[in-house]
Structures are given as C-alpha cells and as structure tokens.
Write a protein that binds this ligand. Sequence first.
Ligand SMILES: Cc1cc2nc3c(=O)[nH]c(=O)nc-3n(C[C@H](O)[C@H](O)[C@H](O)COP(=O)(O)OP(=O)(O)OC[C@H]3O[C@@H](n4cnc5c(N)ncnc54)[C@H](O)[C@@H]3O)c2cc1C
Length: 445
Amino acid sequence: MTDTQRPNVAPADIEEFRLAARAWLEANAEPIGEVSSEFADSESGDNDNDNDGAGSWGQGAFSVAVFHNLSDEQEAERLEATRSWQQRKFDAGYAMLNWPVELGGRGLATSYLRAYNGEEARFRVPSAGELPPTSMGLIAPTIAAFGTEQQQADFIGPLMRMDILGCQLFSEPSAGSDLASVTTRATRDGDEWLLTGQKVWTSGARFAQWGLAIARHDFDVPKHKGLTAFLVPFAADGVEVRAIKQMSGGANFNEVFLTDVRLPDSLRLGPIGEGWRVALTCLGFERDHSGGGGGGHAGGGYRQVHALAEHLGVTGDPVVRQMLARLYADYKVAQFTNRRAAAKLKAGQTPGPEGSLGKLMWTMNMTSVSQAVSTLLGARLTADTGEWGTYAWGEHVLGAPGYRIAGGSDEIQRNIVGERVLGLPAEPRVDKDIAFAAAQRLARS
Ligand SMILES: Cc1cc2nc3c(=O)[nH]c(=O)nc-3n(C[C@H](O)[C@H](O)[C@H](O)COP(=O)(O)OP(=O)(O)OC[C@H]3O[C@@H](n4cnc5c(N)ncnc54)[C@H](O)[C@@H]3O)c2cc1C
C-alpha cells in the first residue's frame, strides 16, 4: 500500500479510532477470549495476557518461555509469521501511529497508540521474541533521532514494516555495564571506515540484516568522547556471526566478529565523537521498552501462577495465599509505575528514572514468579510428567535471570535510582577525564 492509500488522517475522536481498529483486528486476527479485568489495561495496553494457560486450564498451547528454545528453522518460521503480521499492520496504518508524519507515521497522540495496543492485546497476534522489538522499538527510533534525511528514508519505513531487521551491536567481552569502554576500532580511510573488533550477546544477530554498532575512532580522548556509531550491513565482507547456546536451550544471542569491515561514511549514524549520545538514546528506548512495553511481557505472570495454584488445589493453603497476594500486589505496583511513566509521556514530559524502576520491578516480579512456581511444582519442574502447564515452567525459571542482566543489569538500574531518585552520592568514575588508552594502561598495571 502506498502512502496515499494509508489512512493518514487523524480520526475525529479516539473512540471512533478504537472502533475502527477493533473492526480491523476482528477481520485480521483471532480473538483470545475474555481477558481478566484485573490485569487488562486497555488504556496503556499493559496487559498480562500474552501467554496461554491463564483462563482455560489444559487447553491450547502453553508457553511461559522467556527465551524460546527453537531451531533456526523454527525461529525463521516464527519471524516470518511476525513479519507477515507486521506488514499487514503497517499497510493498514497501525504500525507507526505516534510517529511524526514526516517520518512516515500518522502523527497521532500516544493515547491513540495505547488505545490500539489495548485492542490488539485482545487478539492472538504473532510475536517473535526479542529481535522485532529491538529492531522497531530501539533501532528505528535511534535512527529517527540521529539519522540524516537519507538514512531516515532508507531505514525507518523498512524497519517498521519488518522488511529489514536491525540489532544492537553494543556489548563486547570487556564492555557491558561499562559500555563506554568498547574497543572495536573504527579507522577512517578517505570516505570510508574500517571496523574491527568483537561484539557479544547480540540478540537476534543471525536473523538481522543490520546492526547498530558503537566503535572507538579515537583512543586518545576520555572514553565517552572517542566513540562513533555506525549502521553495519551483515552482508558486508568481514562480518561473522556465531550463535551462543543458552542454559534455557535456545541460542537467541550471538558473538559478532568484525574484521576490517569496510563502510561508507554514509553509514555513520550521528556526528563523529557522538557515539555515546547515540548509545544512551538507544539504551533509553530499551529501558522504557523492557519496563512497560514490548519486552515487558516475556515469561509467565501472576495470572498463570494463580491458574497453576488453582489447578493444584492449593489456593486454600495459607502460605500459598500469602505468596499469591504478594505477587498480585507486586504486579499491581509495577503496573501503576508503568502507568505513571505513560502519563508523563502523555503530558509531554521526558521519561525519567521510572524506566529504571519499571525494569527493576519487571525483573523482580519475574524472579518472584520463578520462586512461586518452584514452590508449587517442586520436582515436576525438573522432570517432565507430560502434564500440561507444569514442566514448561522451566523455560521461565531458566530464562528469567537473563533479563536481570540484559538492557542494564539490576545493579546498574539500582545505581540510577540511587543517584537520580534518592540523591545518593555518584559512583567514583576515576577514568572519566583521562584518555581511554591511558586508562587502559593504568587498569593493566
Ligand atoms: C538476554 C540478553 C540479551 C542481550 N542482548 C544484547 C544485545 O542485543 N546487544 C548488546 O550489545 N548486548 C546485549 N546483551 C548484553 C548486556 O547488555 C550486558 O550483558 C549487560 O550490559 C551487562 O554487561 P556484562 O555482561 O559485560 O556484565 P558486567 O558489566 O561485566 O557485569 C558483571 C556484574 O557486575 C555488576 N556490575 C557491573 N558494573 C557495576 C557497577 N558499576 N555497580 C554495581 N554492579 C556492577 C553487574 O550488575 C553484573 O552483576 C544482552 C544480555 C542478555 C543477558
């Protein structure tokens, strides 16, 4: 569908929009059934309803996986289903609701996006793990923030329609929490750059066509100042991707080796030396995303734990009741924190440390869910009896710790909350003002 065919005009009011979206979804997707009102939040689209097994015990597929344990063929199939859905959604005008019109969006207020998300949450729509949210929720808006007009035109529409997929080439073996310590080297060669280094934990790299890389063009200035961002085509000579096997079974992330990868200067994202700002912007999108948005629903939640306790007939047990009550309260607190962040955005304010609080609460709740199901299931968690909705919880328990690290570890989020909310003294940052190469020599001595 062309731009002129896409419904670009704001509907008169949000209810009219909601009804149109509902009608489109009814014509294009299968409804999930009744959503428990406790956790269905049609305003924010914050809805603990992504997985089966909460309403009708024993029926349908049951998945509470945080990371899916799939072969490359199965992963490709899942991505294809997600791509096909996203393309239909994009062509119908629902994929870029609150993006500016000049970037191909509809320029609608966030309330329209929330209204759409609330409607979509009532339907079964394909969603393939981490790569599409990274590509559309992190890489595309970072290109919107820093890209040239040409880069915006080349990348944003194709990323948002999932014609191409982009991943995040940030972490390295010795640069994770301290991301500004990356050592991937960017060497200028006329109108081109040569990139050499190793990236690690790159989610989705085997299925992405592009990576947003942070590299060091200058080792003789303080670490944050010597960085530049690049858009790296995985088809380029010198890019090698190797899968990393996870304890939960799958291989969602990868090592990416860059050996003299030659890039035109037109693939530099943002000014030379502004790579740190590009990285921070992208990480800001990631935090907001994992706390309250797309990634925030991986794994099982309160409703599935409650359904399990009911199935096991233990909801009368005082210890189980206390555990469920606590979990319920914690989920509610996280939901209100996400709403607070959404309200701030709605009022035109910049999201603050709520992103860190939301992410922390999300990973804490995932851990509490692991503890609750371990208590409820005991040995059934480790030995497959074939009983529906039991052994499969292992995929939550083994996957949940990954999100305590991804997108900024729990400790780093606590540092942010400590410094920015509680006003505690900042961490000592002794290498902040000395040349990166000198700091490295000091660290080695
Ligand atoms: C599921 C998953 C997906 C990921 N996807 C991607 C991706 O797509 N792209 C990408 O670039 N990276 C990705 N990562 C990498 C992720 O960003 C890093 O793992 C993370 O930033 C932590 O870095 P690290 O592993 O080097 O650990 P380190 O930084 O070495 O940390 C080790 C431990 O020390 C603690 N620590 C470190 N610094 C401090 C401090 N200042 N104060 C207190 N404690 C501290 C940490 O909390 C942690 O417990 C992913 C990771 C995971 C788990």
